[in-house]
Design a protein around this ligand. Sequence first.
Ligand code: ADP
Length: 494
Amino acid sequence: MAKPLSILFVSSEVYPFAKTGGLADVSYSLPLALRELGHDIRVMMPKYGSISERKNRIHEINRLRDFAIMVGDVESIATVKSSAITTSRSKVQAYITTNQNYFEANKGFYSDPITGIDYPDNDERFIFFNRTVLQTCILLGWFPDIIHCNDWQTGLVPAIARTDYAEEFKNAKIIYTIHNFGNQGSFPASSLMKTGLTSPEDIAKITHNDRLNFMKAGIAYSDQITTVSPTYCAEILRNEQSSNGLNEVLRSRGDDMLGILDGVDLLTWNPKIDPFIAKNYDNLSVQDKIYSKEALLHRFGLPMRSNTPLIGMISRLNEQKGVRLIIEAAEQLFAENLQFVLLGEGDPALEAGLQEITERYPEKASIKIGFDDELAHLIEAGSDMFMMPSLYEPCGLNQQYSLVYGTVPIVRSTGGLADTVREFNPQKADGNGFVFQNFDAQEMVSAVRRALAMYSRQDVWSMVVQNGMTEDLSWSRSAKQYSELYHNLMQIEI
Ligand code: ADP
């Protein structure tokens, strides 16, 4: 094994403490996988009001109690607490930043859970968090070799490390991973002064379209930028759509860009040991999926029908995830012999559109609005097919979980979906799913029809299922790529 490194991994969501999507899963699995490779890795995140100290074994550390952090010219008090993420195989130290006003008082992470409206002080909340991250290292006397930041919520960490604390962190290499280029942390110009960065050059590097842009800061000040799949990497460099013009800035760092695919944490997402499904199974006992299918249909109030495939979907309900296509194509989709269950929350208009479908096709479609981790596992196990018609998808974890669970993905060819799902070809017995190219309801319906045609031939169907279930999608593969990247940056021979 190459030299172990000290690594600080900064994220606004870490499973099981806080999760709205894939970022939390990555911020759990990747540090654990890097720990298994021998690195001293520690994660840092905010403590939102919904995180229970007792349940998560969070406790105080004397050295990190009540220290001052400036947000603009206002002083706030930070206390950083300690916990850990653990599996049966390894354990990673977690530092959890608390502050009454910015985090403890809020039950939501970025927006009010009742109204769905973003917190008005999100700029201050994450400036505070970013400053606390570096101050914590200083108080601990721990100066990691690598600082690995993730998404907009951590974008100012590289900027602060390279300006205010340039001396302290001069030996650290900084990596910035973009999990979603669509959310950049853009705030009015009046937020700029709150960052504490004052020189004109620094202000220019964190300003985009006359606004503070956290993600631009991350891109500008890091040594290396990564994103979560090779195809998404190419797409965001090329694509002006929904990039808010930031792709120009990204292109100027094109030589320092790399796409590394996320993996699957096989201790959490694995039908062989999953505690949330009706009966455990593996690729040699796929027929036992039926028990989870029965349980799932029951949970969603749908009747069990033989020879009728069940399509599952777990998704944030927004433009990105392509829910609109399902609503647009409902009439054609539900004319087919299929059933559909969806778990998700988000845009009320999309929720209403889906609800309307369930009223029109009460025996075929059912949805649950909300966030339910256990039910998500049952959907992966109990569905025959899994739908991800995304407009864009940086990596996508659910299609990978689906492959592991023998649940055949139907996806649009974009980002990480294009890198992980290959159209099934019955002649060659090759491929693990069904793929359509354009963001178009008709193309999606055609892909579903191709899947239904294969489903009706059980011998052929079992080939698609087996192809997915026998792939290596584990995190250890991706963690090795990150580890190699860290060593390259440190110019250490591997
Ligand atoms: P994204 O990060 O863009 O939301 P991913 O596919 O990368 O999409 O990851 C989504 C993760 O969040 C998966 O673990 C998925 O199961 C989970 N998830 C999304 N919505 C829900 C929900 N409503 N309830 C439970 N889990 C959810």
